[in-house]
Structure formats: structure tokens, C-alpha cells
Write a protein that binds this ligand. Structure first.
Ligand code: GLU
Length: 455
């Protein structure tokens, strides 16, 4: 337990909370990384607002309200019994029902789900919508599985999860390995078990059963809208900029699309096996066909586009000179060495489409070298923001056009930029969006926790 005295300084306070977290969660490296970044950036808030220390807000916010961990048993096509582990972390419900995606990937463990859930609290708060923080997933590997296996897995997963979720309780969605197909199977099973039609229980649904237009594009578009705001501060835009985007999933593809629409030349993309470099600019129709229709590996791209090259491995993508880097693949994909290469090659801005794609050391490199930095929880909030718009449409039983949702998304990203930038200024870190977004996201949740008493 962290005991506070009235003369505890903000620095001692954040140190004591972080040290306690290391003591009790030492093996959860990803969670500690996410926590460290946020906790220390909040020091100026505690200096100005000691009442938040006295109410123990930080000790409470780093502890998930609930961690659910369950067995998922299913049968593969060969008739063999398979067992995976499922998770749902209900991290914080101060400002709304838990909200956040499900990730199906072999790397998923408690630390990964906790870091994602923790980030989600602040990200969701930044959207300005009434959604708390949650996240879940499984170590199930969708790669190489048949459609029927995916369906049986999703049904088995939901057979346990259903009792913990609901449109006013906890609203899952997609993340890595969970897209429209998986959400459809999860929803079907939820509906079958519940015996009622409750579309607001999941987001990222198909358009014919309560989904929202622009949800698929939202994270990638939102990231580019955010970076565009940031570029305007230095009187620049995406026009004629060379952009490197990592990944080729939902986030990457629509970040490429929007960057191209704004006049940029996007020269690279990747998957978990390797990356393509297309100096003339990526042929997005071809990339979409490979990834979304054929569901094939990115290496296929160079077979049809000989002017492009393919290289095995992922980190080499950051050796390609660019003006703007948009890491949209996964956590810790840019380490200190890659960040230095980006800087040496003259990068002007980094916008994080993935969750925590830069290590803490990489972030230091950006900040020391005055690279404009759009941190994930602000820059990739567009996905969950449109999820909240999907919930609103489901509740009202009225659906909006693509343009209506896109306009709302754009405005939300502008608001997040303005609020983060204002918070940074208010607390003496002008221009530092990492501090600004952490503080802006935190204050809203902290005020709600304060108002709701010691719970
Ligand atoms: N998985 C996405 C994220 O990291 C979206 C979550 C959601 O739509 O609930 O924010």
C-alpha cells in the first residue's frame, strides 16, 4: 500500500506509485512501459492539484477494476481438441462502460492486454465520448486457420465472454486478428445465447446488422487527420511528402489511402514477414486486393509490380528515407536505433497508428531532435471514436452517411489535437503532445473518479 503524507511532493508520489507497480507487476514489461510513460508525464498535474494525490487517484487508475481470464476450448477441422486462453480486462469505468478491442495473436498475454487496456482509458477519454477503458483477446493464432475454425473459436470465446459484457457494461470490438468477419461470428453467438437483439454490445459490426460507415477507415484516416493538424503548426501538409507506413492491416491501409488523398507519396508498407519499398508510390488497389481480398502475404505485391522491392524482416522499413513515418503495425516496432535512423534521414513527423509502436527510448530520440510526435493514444483514437459513434447510431436506430461520420471523425481528431496541445501548454510543456495527451486524457477520468468517491 502507498501511504501518503500531506507533504508528499508530486515527484515522490509518482515515484512511489511506479515503484510499487514494478514490485507487484515486475514481469509485465509491456504494461510497465505503458504505465511508466503515463505516470511520469502526470507529475505536473499532481503538483498543481494535490487533491488528486490525496484521493489516491494514481494508485487506483493503475489497478484494473477487473481481470477476466478464461479457457477457450474448440475443435479444429481435423477433429482435434484445442485449448486457448481468453482475456478481458475491465480497466476503468469512471466515464462510461468499458470499451476496447479484442486481439487474437499468439503474443497475447496478460501484460499485453493490460498495456492495451491501460492506454485505452486515456485514449477513450480523449475522444470526448462516454467510454471507459477495456481490452481483451486471446493467444489464438488466426493465421492458417480455416473459416470454420475461426467461427468455432469465436463462438467458444463468446460462450464465456457473454456473461461479462453488455451495451451498458462492456463493449468489445476488433484489434489485431479481429476484423469484420470475427466480430460477425462473435455477435451471432452473443445473440444466440442472450435471445435478444442487442447490437450495441459490439462495434465494428457489418453494415447490415448495426455497423457504422467509416468504422473500417476510421483509425487510419483519423491518424492522418491528426498528423495533418500537427503539420499545420509548422505550415506544412501531406502534399508532396514522402511517407513510410508500416503494417498492411486495417490501420495501415486506410492511413495510406488518406495520406495519398492529401497528396503524399507513400513508398512502403509491411506485414509480419517483411516490407515492400515502392519508390514510385504504393499501388493501393493492388495492396488492398492482396491483403483484403486474397488475404495473402505482402511479398505478392512485387510479383505484380516489378519496380518495387521486397525485403525479409520488419525493422529495415525504417531505413527508408521519409518526411513522415506512420508506424501502423504493432507495439515496439521502432526502437532507439530505428528512431535514430529516421532522424538521420530527415524525418519531420512521426504519427503512431498502432498502439505503443515506439519504445520509450525511441520517443526520447524524437523529442530530443524536435521531430513532431503524435502519440498513439491521441493519433489512433479515431477507431474507437467511430466505435462510440456506432454505439450512438445503434441506440438511436438511425444510421448516418459515410460523409456524416467522416466529418464527425475529422472534428474529433481536431478536438483531440487542440485539447492535447492546450494541456501541454497549460502545464508548461508547450508543443509536447505526449505530455498533453496523457494529461488531457487523465484529467477527465480523474475528475470523474474524484466525483464518484472512494470506490
Ligand atoms: N482496437 C482499437 C483501438 O486500439 C479499437 C477499439 C474499439 O473500437 O473499441 O483503439
Amino acid at each position: 500500500m502507498v501511504t501518503l503524507t500531506t507533504n508528499t511532493t508530486a515527484t515522490t508520489y509518482v515515484d512511489s506509485v511506479y515503484n510499487k507497480l514494478v514490485e507487484t507487476n515486475g514481469h509485465e514489461v509491456e504494461f510497465l512501459q505503458a504505465a511508466k510513460e503515463i505516470i511520469y508525464s502526470l507529475t505536473p498535474v499532481f503538483e498543481k492539484r494535490p487533491e488528486l494525490m490525496e484521493a489516491g487517484i494514481l494508485e487506483r487508475i493503475v489497478e484494473p477494476e477487473r481481470i477476466l481470464k478464461f479457457r477457450v476450448t474448440w475443435m479444429d477441422d481435423a477433429g482435434k481438441v484445442q485449448v486457448n486462453r481468453g482475456y478481458r480486462i475491465q480497466f476503468n469505468s469512471a466515464i462510461g462502460p468499458y470499451k476496447g478491442g479484442l486481439r487474437f495473436h499468439p503474443s497475447v498475454n496478460e501484460s499485453i492486454v493490460k498495456f492495451l487496456g491501460f492506454e485505452q482509458i486515456f485514449k477513450n477519454s480523449l475522444t470526448g465520448q462516454p467510454i471507459g477503458g477495456g481490452k481483451g483477446g486471446s493467444d489464438f493464432d488466426p493465421k492458417g486457420k480455416s473459416n470454420n475454425e475461426i467461427m468455432r473459436f469465436c463462438q467458444a470465446f463468446m460462450t464465456e465472454l457473454y456473461r461479462h459484457i453488455g451495451q451498458d457494461i462492456d463493449v468489445p470490438a476488433g484489434d489485431i486478428g479481429v476484423g469484420g468477419r470475427e466480430v460477425g461470428y462473435l455477435f451471432g453467438q452473443y445473440k444466440r445465447i442472450r435471445g435478444g437483439y442487442e447490437p450495441g454490445v459490439l462495434t465494428g459490426k457489418g453494415l447490415s446488422f448495426g455497423g457504422s460507415l467509416t468504422r473500417t477507415e476510421a483509425t487510419g484516416y483519423g491518424c492522418v487527420y491528426f498528423v495533418d493538424e500537427m503539420l499545420q503548426e509548422i505550415k506544412e501538409s501531406f502534399q508532396n511528402q514522402t511517407v513510410v507506413v508500416s503494417g498492411s492491416g486495417n490501420v495501415a491501409i486506410y492511413a495510406i489511402e488518406k495520406a495519398q488523398q492529401l497528396g503524399a507519396k507513400v513508398v512502403a508498407a509491411s506485414d509480419s514477414s517483411g516490407y515492400i519499398h515502392d519508390p514510385e508510390g504504393i499501388d493501393l488497389a493492388l495492396l488492398k486486393d492482396i491483403k483484403e481480398v486474397r488475404k495473402a502475404r505482402i511479398i505478392e505485391y512485387v510479383k505484380e509490380r516489378p519496380e518495387a522491392t521486397y525485403t525479409e524482416g520488419c525493422t529495415g522499413i525504417w531505413t527508408i528515407p521519409c518526411d513522415i513515418a506512420l508506424p501502423c503495425a504493432t507495439q515496439n516496432e521502432i526502437d532507439e536505433a530505428s528512431a535514430r535512423l529516421l532522424v538521420e534521414n530527415g524525418v519531420k513527423a512521426v504519427g503512431e497508428g498502432a498502439n505503443m509502436p515506439s519504445t520509450l527510448e525511441a520517443i526520447d530520440v524524437y523529442l530530443e531532435n524536435n521531430v513532431l510526435f503524435a502519440p498513439a493514444k491521441a493519433a489512433n483514437a479515431g477507431g474507437v471514436a467511430v466505435s462510440a459513434l456506432e454505439m450512438a447510431q445503434d441506440s438511436s436506430r438511425q444510421f448516418w452517411t459515410f460523409d456524416e461520420v467522416d466529418k464527425k471523425l475529422h472534428q474529433i481528431m481536431i478536438n483531440i489535437y487542440n485539447e492535447s496541445s492546450a494541456a501541454a501548454k497549460r502545464y508548461g510543456h508547450e508543443g509536447n503532445l505526449l505530455f498533453g495527451s496523457n494529461i488531457a486524457g487523465f484529467e477527465k477520468v480523474a475528475d470523474a473518479m474524484l466525483a464518484q468517491g472512494i470506490i
